[in-house]
Design a protein around this ligand. Structure first.
Ligand SMILES: Cc1ncc(COP(=O)(O)O)c(C=O)c1O
Length: 358
């Protein structure tokens, strides 16, 4: 077995050595001036990455916790979830599990949500919140967020809640320009940090609703988190080690520049898609194919588990199809700190295993 297996799965992903080293720093008190400076610095960096002036919450949980928080804090009447795969379905599931009035509008896996459909549903006036996954990691579909954001401008009373778990840091996204009320993401995908931490921007609409909300619980009480963050603190004992690592990684991300980072992801996606179309077929509708991962239909009937095992023995890991798509499709993530050179090496290795000459 190689000493390091390079991750081409849709998170966790490769983490820079100097960022990993930050996780091993001696700890500091989670109260006091040193922590306040760290907390403020990281939230400012996160706001720059998200293009927002809204407060940013740092959560010692993965993003699923913040998805649940969004539902508990911001849904007063009824929530509509746009479902195009397993993760967008999860947000609907959470709403039901939290006892909220909730509906889903679904499209077949591989397709994207149409903004016109969103408009038609919201025109009913039944909803005060909408959930959408920017990038559906189970299918490799990027929803047309700019188009949906345009529709949302017609519905200022509907909280616009966006899961950017597998897009933030890898695909164009501007929170304030798009009028996003809650933008949440885990850090283990295009932000390229160790898993177990997540961030979210919260608009005044979300904070106001949170202040009124009953039964929102303590851990994900957004208003309480915002108030505490204003003092450079968390309401709980946070993963300080993650915050050291975030400070370092966010420096790298901002030094690269968001436009350049998005362009690098787009280039890796183009390479992967061109290869996938020659050898197999894209699972996602190409017009809405993601820049952070590609889901590939197994049109050759290849043994995907065997392929994964063979690649792993060479030091590379790709993902099988998600859920029912296992063996019928496979996923190559091209996100975070990976480069077009890494992707080229992976594709060449897959070709070798398929017996395809280049
Ligand atoms: C689009 C999307 N949303 C939500 C999640 C859940 O994130 P986590 O497992 O970090 O809570 C994932 C995880 O892969 C995801 O890809």
């Amino acid at each position: 077995m190689p000493s390091h297996v390079k991750l081409f799965i849709p998170g966790p992903t490769e983490v820079r050595a100097d960022v990993l080293a930050e996780m091993a720093r001696p700890l500091i008190s989670h109260r006091g001036a040193e922590m306040a400076a760290l907390h403020r610095g990281v939230t400012e960096q996160a706001a720059a990455i998200m293009f927002t002036s809204h407060p940013v919450l740092l959560s010692t949980s993965s993003a699923t916790g913040l998805m649940e928080g969004g539902i508990r804090n911001a849904v007063e009447r009824r929530v509509l979830s746009l479902v195009c795969g397993a993760f967008s379905e999860r947000w609907h599931r959470i709403a039901l599990d939290c006892g909220k009035e909730a509906d889903a509008v679904s499209v077949p896996w591989g397709q994207a949500i149409r903004p016109e459909e969103v408009d038609a549903r919201l025109a009913s006036g039944k909803y005060d919140a909408l959930t959408v996954a920017h990038n559906e990691t189970s299918t490799g579909v990027a929803n047309p967020l700019a188009g949906i954001a345009q529709v949302m401008k017609k519905y200022p009373d509907v909280a616009f809640m966006v899961d950017t778990v597998s897009s933030l840091g890898g695909m164009p996204l501007k929170v304030d320009e798009m009028g996003i009320d809650l933008c949440l993401a885990s850090v283990q995908k295009a932000l390229a940090l160790p898993p177990g931490f997540s961030i979210a921007s919260v608009s005044p609409k979300i904070i106001d609703r949170s202040r009124r909300a009953k039964g929102k619980g303590f851990y994900f009480d957004f208003a309480r988190m915002v108030d505490k963050a204003a003092q450079g603190q968390s309401i709980i004992t946070p993963s300080v080690s993650h915050m050291f690592a975030m400070r370092k990684q966010f420096e790298h991300i901002l030094a690269e520049g968001m436009e350049r980072r998005w362009a690098r992801h787009a280039q890796m996606a183009r390479l992967t898609r061109a290869w996938a179309k020659e050898r197999f077929a894209l699972f996602a509708d190409e017009a809405h194919a993601s820049d952070t991962l590609t889901c590939i239909s197994n049109t050759r009937g290849a043994g995907i588990s065997e392929l994964i095992a063979a690649l792993r023995s060479e030091g590379m890991l790709i993902g099988n199809g998600y859920g029912d798509l296992k063996e019928k499709a496979f996923r190559i993530a091209h996100l975070g700190e990976l480069t077009p050179t890494d992707v080229g090496e992976l594709l060449a290795a897959i070709d070798r295993h398929l017996g395809v000459s280049r």
